[in-house]
Design a binder for this molecule. Structure first.
Ligand code: CA
Length: 219
């Protein structure tokens, strides 16, 4: 696999690059979150450190998830439950606390790749009936009409569409779109969702699951 390693510690990075190459992968290392955001499209898997010099790794993860289904394995010194839960909620495919043994890392990468191959999230365009959502181009077409969504409306829709057919909790939607500030935006989510529903004009497509969250049908 072409693996993008995002790691600011030279010693750790050198050891990981060697382990990845020995495991038959093609590793490329960057030290900054901003470089990861520029480069991630060209890779099959991201190994992402959370403590980076320019951006928090969780912010890198959130931004990558908004536009791409590339598998992300978080590799970090932060072993606390809160960081783990947040990373997984934001769409990390797995989470490993450093120091990691290279055998375990390679096995986890294989497991993530197998899961991804089954689900096929590299599909950037999701079609259900006559509704087409292009996650890369951030375009929504219903029938032959392009639907003008606001940035936040699209973000909310994208969270649900990338997990089409699966129930997604309100908290998860807010976490991914607004980050930590979600308590303040609960009302705002309702407004954006109402906007998405009205503009799509396909009432059956976004199901509300009472007391939990939402599901985008299909997938
Ligand atoms: Ca670090």
């Amino acid at each position: 696999m072409r693996v993008l390693l995002v790691e600011d510690d030279d010693g750790v990075a050198d050891a990981l690059v060697a382990a990845l190459a020995a495991g038959g992968h093609l590793p490329h290392r960057v030290a900054r979150g901003a470089d990861a955001l520029l480069a991630h499209r060209d890779f099959d898997l991201l190994l992402l450190d959370l403590g980076l010099p320019d951006l928090d790794g969780l912010d890198v993860l959130r931004k990558v998830r908004k536009i791409a289904g590339v598998p992300v394995l978080v590799l970090t010194a932060r072993g606390d439950e809160r960081s783990t839960v947040r990373a997984l909620r934001l769409g990390a495919d797995d989470y490993l606390v450093k120091p990691v043994r290279s055998g375990e890392l390679l096995a986890r990468m294989d497991a993530v790749a197998r899961r991804v191959a089954r689900v096929g999230p590299t599909d950037r365009v999701v079609r259900v009936g006559d509704v087409e959502v292009d996650l890369q181009a951030r375009r929504v077409v219903v029938g032959d009409r392009e639907i003008p969504l606001t940035t936040k409306e699209f973000d909310v829709l994208a969270v649900l569409v990338t997990r089409a057919g699966t129930a997604v909790s309100r908290q998860q939607v807010m976490d991914e779109v607004w980050g930590d500030a979600y308590l303040a935006v609960s009302r705002s989510l309702d407004v954006h969702l109402a906007g998405v529903r009205a503009k799509l004009g396909r009432p059956g497509l976004l199901t509300t699951i009472r007391g939990f969250g939402y599901r985008f049908e299909g997938g």
